[in-house]
Design a protein around this ligand. Structure first.
Ligand SMILES: [Fe+2]
Ligand SMILES: [Fe+2]
Length: 193
């Protein structure tokens, strides 16, 4: 089931570059399918997926300026890698537009890059679906493990992605967002109980 998209969101999607719009469409399909596997409302997952990258095309310096204008705190990792701010900025734009007020949708958009320990199932679906885009196979060669884990259990799917991504970041000496580390710790503790 596809969601009815508010007009303000459709306008934002129309403004995205073609490649990004195609990515968003693929993520919507994966999110709806994953939502149905886990008995989560596919229309809410679809709406969150449709909205997740509305700020992905904004250059880094502008993302920092927008975050500051919108009162979003910017940490040292985000300042060094401003692309990490496209979720928070996108969610704030959608809140400003006033057409989406479901906190699970807005939080799903906000945290879709780093994850968050308190992410609702719909946000976990979109987090994982975004990473399972077949066009990201090169960036995430561990996609099959993420897919298998996510089909079993969403917590395990998020954890499988974070494990793979953090391993890659360490190998490449890249920064790790503190919220990704916090989410991984929280999932490991929850899954061991
Ligand atoms: Fe994104
Ligand atoms: Fe995305």
């Amino acid at each position: 089931m596809t969601a009815h998209l508010p007009q303000s969101l459709t306008a934002r999607l129309d403004a995205l570059p073609d490649g990004l719009r195609a990515h968003v469409e693929r993520v919507r399909g994966i999110a709806r399918e994953l939502a149905m596997t886990h008995a989560i409302d596919p229309a809410t997952a679809d709406l969150t997926a449709a909205a997740h990258d509305v700020a992905r095309h904004i250059p880094g310096r502008m993302l920092i300026e927008e975050a500051e204008r919108l009162g979003i705190p910017v940490n040292a990792v985000e300042r060094a890698a401003p692309i990490l701010l496209h979720g928070p900025v996108g969610a704030a734009w959608l809140r400003e537009d006033g057409a989406i007020d479901d906190p699970e949708v807005l939080e799903g958009v906000h945290w879709h890059t780093t994850a968050h320990p308190d992410l609702a199932p719909v946000g976990q679906v979109v987090f994982v679906a975004d990473k399972l885009d077949p066009m990201k196979q090169k960036a995430y060669p561990f996609q099959p493990e993420v897919r298998a884990a996510a089909n079993r259990n969403l917590h395990e799917g998020v954890l499988a992605f974070l494990d793979g991504a953090l391993r890659t970041h360490v190998e490449r000496r890249e920064l790790i967002h503190p919220m990704s580390a916090e989410t991984r710790n929280s999932l490991l503790i929850a899954l061991s109980c």
